[in-house]
Design a protein. Structure first.
Lengths: 323, 239
C-alpha cells in the first residue's frame, strides 16, 4: 500500500472514531445528519460537476425519499429496509421524469425547472394532509432496529458512513468508466457529444436518476433517524444548501460531496459559542462565503494537495519525490 | 452512398435550405462551397440529425432513409462529422477525446487499436495523450477533431470548414491529409469549405450553394472552367 492510502486511512479512522470519543448525543446526531447531507451533495457532484446539469430542487428528492419510506413502513408495517428501497425506486422514477426537461433546456432555464419542481413537491407535502400530515408533520415513524431495539445514534453513524462509502464507490467507478467520459463530454460540449454519437439523453437520464436515488436514500434514512417528519426540512432553501455543500466541497472532485456535506453541516455547529448563539448562522454563512472565495475549486482539491504533500508526492509527475 | 432529395430546412419559419438535392458516391470527395449563410453547415446538420428537415425531404444513406433519426443513432450507421470550429472537449484528455469517437462501436478490441492508430496518422498528437484537449493549439485541435471522427470508423466523413481560423501551413497539412490519407483509408468525404481553390484541389466534384439552393454543380474540372465560378470565386484568375 502506498503512503497516500495509509494517510487517507488514518484520517478516515480518526473520523470514524469521533463518536467513540465524543459522547455528546447532539454532536453525534449532527454528524449523522452531515453524512446524509454528504450523500445528497455527492449526487450533485455527479450531476453538476461531472455532467454539467444544474439542480436547485434536490430537497424535493430528499423529501420524497423521507415521506415515501415513512409512509410505506407506517402503512404496511414492513421493515425499514423495504421503506428505503421503495424510496429509492420512487426517486429513480421521478428523477427520470425530471431529466426530460434537461433534454431541451440547460443553465438558467433548467435551474428554474428544478426550482419549480422543488416547490411543487413541497406544496404537495404541505397540503396532502391525509397522506403526509401536512404542516403538522408525520409522527411515530419506525426507527431502524437492531436485535429488536432501536438503533443508537452512534450505530446510525456507522450505518450512514457505510452507505456513503457505497455511494462514493459507485460514483467513482462510474466516473472512471466510459459513462463518466461521456458525461464529461456532455458537460464540455453537448452538441459535439451528439455529433460524436453519444446518446446524451440516455446519459442525462442516468445521472439525474442516480443523484435522485442518492437524495432519496438520504431522505429515507433521515425519516427513520428522526422518527418525525415536518415539511420545513424540505423547503427550497435546503436545495440551495445542498448546492452550496457540493461547491464548497469541490464540485469537480470525487470527494467534494463528502467533504462539503460534512463541512457545511458542521461549521455552523462549531460556531455555536456560548453567549454568541444568535450570531452563529451569520458566522457560518460568512465562513462559507470566505471558503468559496479563497478556494474556488472547493475544499477537496486542497485537501488532496495537502495529503500529497504529507505523502511526499510531487503533484506534477504524480510520483513520490526522493529527497 | 448519400442521396439527398428536395431537402428543406427552416429555422423558426425562415428557410435555410430550399429544395437541395445532392449525391455523394462511394469513394468520392465532394465539396460544398458557398458564402456565409448559404446553408452549408445546415446541410451537414440535417444529415447528422442535429436539425429536423421539413416534411417531404429525403436523405438516404446506403439506401436507408435517415430523416427523423436521432443524431446519436446516425453515427453508428457510418456517418461522422468534424464540426465547424472543431468543438473538441476541452476538459477531456486528448486520448479521451478520441475514445469518445468509439462510443458507439461494438468491436471494442478493434476500436481500441484504432484509437492508437490515430497517433500514427497525426504524429503531432503523440506524447500528448494525457493532456487536456483545451491546451492544444488550433491546428492540433483540428487534427484531434479529425481523429475523433475517424475513430468511429466512418464510411462517410463530413468535414465542416477545416480551414477556419488556422495558419496557412496547418491548413495545407489538413488538406493534404484529406487528399491522401483519408482516400487511402477508403473513406468517402463530404467537405464544406469557403476556400474554393483548396477544396477544388482535393475534390472530385463540387456543389455551390447560394441562398439555400444549389446554384451550380459538376466535376471540379468543369466548374473551374466555368466563367461564373471564375469570376465569383477566383476573380478571373485561372486555377
Amino acid at each position: 500500500m502506498n503512503r497516500k492510502s495509509v494517510i487517507m486511512l488514518v484520517i478516515l479512522a480518526a473520523f470514524l472514531a469521533i463518536p467513540l470519543v465524543d459522547s455528546n448525543q447532539y454532536h453525534i446526531y449532527m454528524l449523522d445528519r452531515a453524512l446524509l447531507n454528504a450523500m445528497i451533495a455527492s449526487g450533485l457532484v455527479a450531476l453538476t460537476g461531472l455532467a454539467g446539469q444544474m439542480s436547485l430542487g434536490h430537497a424535493a428528492f430528499y423529501g420524497i425519499g423521507a415521506y415515501a419510506s415513512a409512509i410505506v413502513t407506517k402503512t404496511f408495517g414492513v421493515p425499514v429496509i423495504v421503506g428505503v428501497i421503495s424510496a429509492a425506486v420512487l426517486c429513480l422514477v421521478i428523477g427520470m421524469l425530471l431529466s426530460i426537461p434537461s433534454f431541451k433546456l440547460s443553465g438558467f432555464y433548467l435551474s428554474l425547472v428544478t426550482i419549480s419542481f422543488g416547490n411543487i413537491v413541497w406544496t404537495v407535502i404541505v397540503n396532502w394532509y391525509s397522506l403526509t400530515g401536512g404542516s403538522l408533520g408525520l409522527l411515530g415513524i419506525q426507527p431502524i432496529r437492531i436485535a429488536g431495539r432501536a438503533i443508537t445514534r452512534t450505530e446510525f453513524f456507522y450505518l450512514a458512513a457505510a452507505v456513503l462509502a457505497l455511494i462514493y464507490f459507485v460514483t467513482t467507478r462510474m466516473a472512471r468508466s466510459y459513462i463518466g467520459r461521456g458525461l464529461r463530454a456532455v458537460r464540455d460540449d453537448e452538441m459535439a457529444a451528439e455529433t460524436a454519437g453519444i446518446d446524451t439523453k440516455r446519459l442525462k437520464l442516468l445521472v439525474f436518476s442516480l443523484s435522485a436515488i442518492y437524495a432519496g436514500i438520504a431522505g429515507a434514512l433521515y425519516a427513520h433517524l428522526s422518527t418525525f417528519l415536518s415539511p420545513e426540512s424540505f423547503v427550497q432553501a435546503e436545495s440551495a444548501n445542498f448546492v452550496a455543500m457540493s461547491v464548497v466541497g469541490g464540485i469537480r472532485h470525487m470527494l467534494g460531496g463528502t467533504i462539503g456535506g460534512l463541512a457545511v453541516t458542521m461549521i455552523p455547529e462549531m460556531l455555536r459559542v456560548k453567549g454568541w448563539e444568535i450570531y452563529y448562522l451569520m458566522g457560518s454563512s460568512l465562513a462559507i462565503l470566505v471558503l468559496v472565495i479563497m478556494l474556488p475549486n472547493g475544499l477537496a482539491p486542497s485537501f488532496e494537495k495537502f495529503i500529497d504533500r504529507l505523502a511526499g508526492i510531487d503533484r506534477k509527475s504524480g510520483k513520490r519525490q526522493v529527497k | 452512398m448519400l442521396r439527398i432529395k428536395d431537402l428543406n430546412v427552416s429555422y423558426n419559419g425562415i428557410p435555410a435550405l430550399k429544395g437541395v438535392s445532392l449525391e455523394v458516391k462511394e469513394g468520392e470527395t465532394v465539396s460544398v462551397l458557398g458564402p456565409n449563410g448559404a446553408g452549408k453547415t445546415t446541410l451537414l446538420r440535417a444529415i447528422s440529425g442535429l436539425v429536423q428537415p421539413s416534411p417531404g425531404s429525403s436523405i438516404e444513406f446506403m439506401g436507408r432513409e435517415i430523416v427523423g433519426m436521432p443524431a446519436a443513432n446516425i453515427v453508428p450507421l457510418g456517418i461522422a462529422q468534424v464540426p465547424e470550429g472543431r468543438q473538441i472537449f476541452p476538459e477531456l484528455t486528448v486520448l479521451e477525446n478520441i475514445e469518445i469517437g468509439t462510443a458507439r462501436r461494438t468491436d471494442r478490441a478493434e476500436a481500441k487499436k484504432d484509437v492508437l492508430r490515430m497517433f500514427d496518422l497525426f504524429p503531432e498528437l503523440k506524447g500528448r495523450e494525457k493532456q487536456n484537449g483545451g491546451t492544444l493549439s488550433g491546428g492540433e485541435q483540428q487534427m484531434l477533431a479529425m481523429c475523433r471522427a475517424l475513430a468511429s470508423k466512418p464510411r462517410l466523413l463530413m468535414i465542416d470548414e477545416p480551414s477556419m481560423g488556422l495558419a496557412p501551413v496547418v491548413v495545407q497539412r489538413i488538406f493534404r491529409f484529406i487528399k491522401n490519407e483519408i482516400r487511402k483509408l477508403g473513406i468517402t468525404v463530404l467537405l464544406v469549405e469557403q476556400n474554393t481553390a483548396l477544396s477544388f484541389a482535393v475534390s472530385d466534384r463540387a456543389y455551390i450553394l447560394a441562398q439555400g439552393q444549389v446554384a451550380m454543380s459538376g466535376t471540379v474540372a468543369e466548374l473551374s472552367r466555368d466563367q461564373r465560378v471564375k469570376e465569383t470565386y477566383f476573380r478571373g484568375r485561372t486555377v
